[in-house]
Design a protein around this ligand. Structure first.
Ligand SMILES: [Zn+2]
Length: 106
């Protein structure tokens, strides 16, 4: 079975809007997490439920910082897979997912 869109979106935060009219902007959870202030408490399991980060106080600032560094990508398969292949924070599972997506249509 080829990976479904939801599987790769699981690694990304989706923007509320679609700046190009077609796609949400996608920001890798682990890139956002990398912007977490050193003073923020580490009390979540990032692998278990990354979207919970959205509820933490530092999240909006960290997301803005990631966007400022142009870490977001267009929310389509090729761009998201490309990010995971290049990202220093991507896990082996995310890299494998990205490799598995290459050349497949949704
Ligand atoms: Zn990343």
């Amino acid at each position: 079975m080829p990976p479904k869109p939801a599987e790769i979106w699981g690694a990304f935060h989706a923007s509320d809007d679609k700046p190009n009219g077609h796609h949400h902007r996608a920001t890798h959870w682990r890139c956002i997490n990398a912007e977490r202030p050193a003073t923020a408490p580490i009390d979540i399991d990032l692998d278990a439920d990354s979207p919970l980060m959205k509820n933490e106080e530092w999240f909006a600032t960290a997301l803005a910082s990631a966007l400022n560094e142009k870490k977001d990508v267009n929310g389509e398969k090729g761009a998201m897979a490309g990010h995971l292949r290049r990202c220093e924070f991507a896990t082996e599972e995310e890299r494998a997912l990205a490799a598995n997506l290459a050349g497949r249509g949704w």
